[in-house]
Design a protein. Structure first.
Length: 306
């Protein structure tokens, strides 16, 4: 007959063995789940990275540059004062040209003035003619601020350096303004200011429009945004030079339709211009590769939630 003590010891040993086997089974299942989680993490990692690499490769083969933009520089107008006057027929006062530059507000002077101040302020005293060459305009950045009565335009110009005219998009905002005088009858205000013969033009944009290309015009032009929008000058016989990161344009400056209501003859060549700026390339696949990496972060985030 088996002793009750021996039977008790046998039951304890058997129970311990079963519990150990169950523990090993649980540990084995946990190990498998951990491996599955690691495999999913690795797979998701390579899926996200793969998306970025594929987009980078595809874009790299299709084009080397998505676009370039420009930064800084200056635009210069050199009027031929005789040609400018000859484009108009006003002759109220024989001692004055029919149309002339009375004031120029360069980038610094223009930036601090309201629209009303451009109409009345005098950097050079009096209302006589000033030299009309070397009139400088700065290049605006991608964002601008406007004082009362002003309408500065931001620069959002982009292009492919391999084909500037074929890919040009957006516009280049210019800082500066010109005040002209028409040789027409005027009144004098209590402060002694001549009124009724003033014309302000400025807050320009420099743009390329293929629809304006003709036997006469290059497609490059200046648009006035001071007070209202109007076609101001066509830029003709334009020479475009891109050397390294330096872009320059030069050519003739011609009255556009915006001067028609002032008695000007559109199409009249009244001087020349030059423009210099720095080209800032935008690599083609940077934003796509970034999108791929963003996708990788999203996938990994989802994996962490599993």
């Amino acid at each position: 007959m088996i002793s009750p003590w021996i039977l008790m010891i046998k039951r304890v040993v058997t129970s311990t063995y079963k519990e150990d086997s169950q523990t090993k089974l649980i540990l084995s299942q946990a190990h498998k789940q951990d491996n599955n989680m690691k495999n999913k993490h690795v797979n998701v990692h390579f899926w996200g990275l793969g998306i970025g690499i594929i987009l980078f490769i595809i874009t790299g083969f299709t084009t080397s540059t998505l676009a370039s933009t420009i930064q800084g520089g200056q635009f210069t107008i050199n009027f031929d004062r005789n040609a400018l006057a000859g484009a108009f027929t006003h002759n109220n006062d024989a001692s004055r040209p029919s149309f002339y530059v009375e004031e120029h507000f360069g980038p610094a002077e223009s930036a601090i003035r309201t629209g009303a101040q451009l109409l009345t302020d005098h950097i050079v005293p009096g209302t006589g003619e000033i030299p009309a060459t070397g009139l400088l305009f700065g290049v605006n950045g991608s964002s601008v601020t406007n004082l009362s009565g002003r309408n500065h335009q931001p620069t959002n110009f982009s292009f492919d350096p391999a084909d500037i005219s074929g890919t040009a998009s957006g516009s280049i905002g210019l800082e500066g303004a010109i005040r002209y005088r028409l040789n027409v009858p005027f009144t004098v205000s209590p402060s002694g200011e001549e009124e009724g013969n003033r014309v302000v033009s400025g807050d320009y944009t420099l743009e390329y429009d293929a629809n304006r290309v003709s036997s006469m015009h290059s497609g490059w032009h200046l648009t006035n945004f001071y007070s209202f929008s109007s076609d101001t000058f066509d830029l003709d016989n334009v020479l475009v030079n891109l050397t390294g990161h330096s872009l320059s344009l030069s050519g003739d400056i011609t009255l556009a339709s915006g001067f028609g209501h002032l008695g000007g003859q559109p199409g009249s060549v009244v001087g020349d211009f030059s423009f210099q700026t720095t080209v800032v390339p935008i690599p083609a696949a940077i934003w796509l590769f970034g999108a791929g990496l963003a996708g990788l972060r999203i996938f990994r985030g989802r994996n962490n939630e599993l």
